[in-house]
Design a protein around this ligand. Structure first.
Ligand code: ADP
Ligand code: MG
Length: 337
């Protein structure tokens, strides 16, 4: 869309779109018409529901100024794929709305390389988008397939179900702390081993969407959500949608070696409960179905950890090893708060 915004200077808009297309428009049978026309034409397989999700990333809000273009391309797609994973959907297509302050061809190529690196892993095709001028922001819409009765909604958790998370929690929020040079803690963290800091920053900039886990959970988990705003906030959404409460045992929250090495127990707790940006899946499952599901998850390449249970009532309570209630830290990220 050339009109409306000021023209992108330096490189013509079509050249930017071509740079993106050349890297990302992989050919799928079901893409009948991709980038280049007024709309894409896509064939949804018979018997599948189309799962659609959109996420916007705004500079200074969702990612710090100076985030590398490659990382931003990767992460923008990853956070969207994470939503499809949480529904148990298989990714297929995406559109990309890119708002750029300048027509910087190198930046766009690096961004597209990051996007493409992740898209390739899931055979996802970029089928369209829009390129405009303005403050840096990225909006991606992803489309995936799931047989409708097997889609995992937020609303299916029942009293007695176990609560689980994939992978480890708190790493991305810890990575942000490692990057923040102004933080009071900066000196302590700078003295920590480089590989541990890098591992945490990697989790912030290049999250792994748990698509394979989502496929295993399909039709088997009672409820699922991906953790973007922090465990307490997102598990709270599952509880609200399911009209139940949850109890989380803080000692059971899974930690990476890097997180254990760099942060004490109380700092870890805050990062894991409310830090956000984890892009792990939090799901619930009936006790009878749990053992088989867990072993299938482990075989899919990403294990899950039991962190609590669903109870009658409402809201999320956090308990320590002795069973005493813990006052939760600030609940996750909220816009307009
Ligand atoms: P129109 O003016 O008809 O909306 P555009 O000039 O915006 O067309 O886009 C031309 C083609 O390039 C369309 O197929 C559109 O989907 C695609 N496109 C534009 N920007 C992007 C982008 N950032 N990523 C992928 N495809 C894009
Ligand atoms: Mg357009």
């Amino acid at each position: 869309m050339a009109r409306g915004g000021a023209a992108l200077s330096a490189v013509p808009e079509f050249a930017l779109i071509e740079a993106i297309r050349a890297r990302c428009a992989n050919t799928r049978e079901d893409v009948r018409l991709g980038i280049g026309d007024d709309a894409a034409l896509l064939a949804v397989p018979l018997g599948q529901a189309l799962a659609v999700s959109t996420d916007t990333l705004v500079e200074g809000v969702h990612f710090p100024l100076g985030t590398r273009a490659f990382d931003l391309g990767w992460k923008s797609l990853a956070v969207n794929l994470s939503d499809l994973a949480a529904m148990g959907a298989t990714p297929a297509w995406a559109t990309l709305a890119l708002t750029l302050p300048r027509a910087d061809a190198q930046w766009v190529e690096d961004f597209a390389d990051g996007f493409a690196a992740l898209a390739r892993e899931f055979k996802l095709a970029l089928v369209g988008g829009d390129t405009t001028q303005g403050p840096l922001s990225v909006t991606i819409t992803v489309h995936g397939f799931v047989p409708e009765p097997l889609a995992v909604r937020r609303s299916g958790a029942r009293e007695g179900d176990g609560v689980y998370v994939t992978g480890t929690l708190g790493d991305a929020a810890a990575g942000l702390r490692c990057q923040d040079k102004s933080d009071a803690e900066a000196e302590r963290l700078l003295a920590a081993p480089l590989h541990a800091r890098e591992a945490l920053i990697e989790r912030l900039n290049r999250p792994t969407p748990r698509v394979a886990c989502g496929a295993v959970l399909r039709g088997r988990a009672s409820a699922c959500i991906d953790i973007s705003d922090g465990l307490l906030a997102d598990l709270g959404h599952v509880c609200a949608a399911s009209a139940v409460g949850a109890e989380v045992e803080v000692e059971t929250l899974p930690s990476s070696p890097a997180l254990l090495g760099l942060f004490d127990a109380s700092a870890r707790r805050a990062l894991q409960l409310a830090g956000g940006d984890d892009y792990e899946l939090c799901f619930t499952v009936r006790s009878s179905a749990a053992p088989q599901l867990l072993s299938d998850l482990a075989r899919s390449g990403c294990g899950a950890t039991r962190i609590g249970r669903i109870v009658a009532g409402s809201g999320v309570r956090v308990r320590d090893a002795s069973g005493a209630d813990i006052a939760p830290p600030r609940r996750g990220w909220e816009h307009f708060a």
